[in-house]
Design a protein around this ligand. Structure first.
Ligand code: FE2
Length: 304
């Protein structure tokens, strides 16, 4: 499957409304109009594609679905063929669902962990429309997509196999975290668009990474978190694998935001997989935030 980037995320949260200030004032995201005009739904973006991140009011903090971009209609048709060949049930979308997602066409399916995915092509772009919610330089998107996500899955080997062989992700590297493997995967020059960690019996979104254009954007967000007493999940630090300088803050919806700058990119022709024993060269010390709260029972746990 020819996935080229992470296009969008759809989340459910009792704290959805908080994102209307947290998104623009802390993260610098722009508020987009929700095409369905729903109360209690906040649509945000980090570039000229409106509504990349949509949080809807609901009972639980939950990743509802993630949208993966393919280049065009033929690639979407091929993706459907590949999913069906792999025995995955594919859900077609109505014209209304495509319009609400601001894409030309999409299909949905569920992965072995129970996560809902969509593959789409033809996302709406409004050139020149992005205005950050606070003074900052902007975000690194384009060919690298929205950012990266780290998912917790009940069965690491099973999920990795699915993301690699069915969705077409390529391994960038791995980090051993005290006996646990954290595996990083790419589909474009971004070092990883997806990373996966095994958490027995559970699935969830650990964090969404947003990459900013300047190191000062990171420093100013750090100050804002201190001023507003927003819980820091991990202090400033630099990662070993993608060399990103970042810190992690706790979002109103349980999962964390990694706010980073300066990551290395992947040159697919030259790339060699390595593994590391530590996630950070320096920093990334635990902060004062409670543990991640965007978890639900994983599909693997239902059969056991
Ligand atoms: Fe990250």
């Amino acid at each position: 499957m020819k996935i080229t980037s992470l296009g969008y995320l759809r989340l459910e949260s009792p704290e959805a409304k908080e994102w209307s200030t947290f998104g623009p004032e802390v993260l610098g995201l722009a508020v987009s109009e929700d095409p369905l005009g729903r109360d209690g739904t906040v649509a945000l973006t980090n570039d000229d594609r409106p509504g990349r991140i949509v949080i809807s009011e609901g009972r639980h903090n939950r990743l509802q679905r993630m949208g993966w971009e393919v280049p065009g209609a033929d690639d979407l048709a091929l993706a459907v063929e590949e999913l069906e060949r792999a025995g995955v049930a594919v859900r077609r979308a109505t014209a209304e669902q495509c319009a609400a997602a601001r894409v030309r066409d999409l299909v949905g399916f569920t992965d072995p962990a129970g996560f809902a995915h969509e593959v789409f092509y033809g996302q709406l772009v409004v050139p020149g429309s992005f205005r950050p919610g606070r003074a900052m330089s902007g975000f690194v998107t384009g060919a690298q997509g929205l950012g990266h996500i780290v998912l917790m899955v009940p069965d690491l080997a099973e999920s990795l196999e699915f993301y690699r062989t069915v969705l077409g992700f390529k391994v960038s590297d791995e980090i051993d975290m005290g006996g646990e493997r954290l595996v990083f995967l790419h589909v474009n020059p971004r070092h990883h668009t997806l990373a996966v960690a095994g958490v027995p019996g559970m699935r969830g979104l650990h964090h969404l990474m947003l990459q900013v254009g300047s190191v000062d954007d990171v420093g100013m967000a750090y100050d804002l978190c201190l001023d507003r007493k927003i819980p820091i999940a991990m202090t400033l630090g630099r990662h070993t694998n993608d060399r990103m300088l970042s810190f992690y803050l706790r979002s109103p919806s349980g999962f964390e935001i990694e706010y980073g700058w300066g990551a290395d990119t992947v040159d697919e022709d030259q790339w060699v997989v390595t593994h590391m024993r530590s996630p950070s060269i320096w920093g990334h010390r635990p902060g004062d935030a409670p543990p991640p709260g965007c978890l639900e029972p994983g599909a693997g746990s239902r059969s056991s």
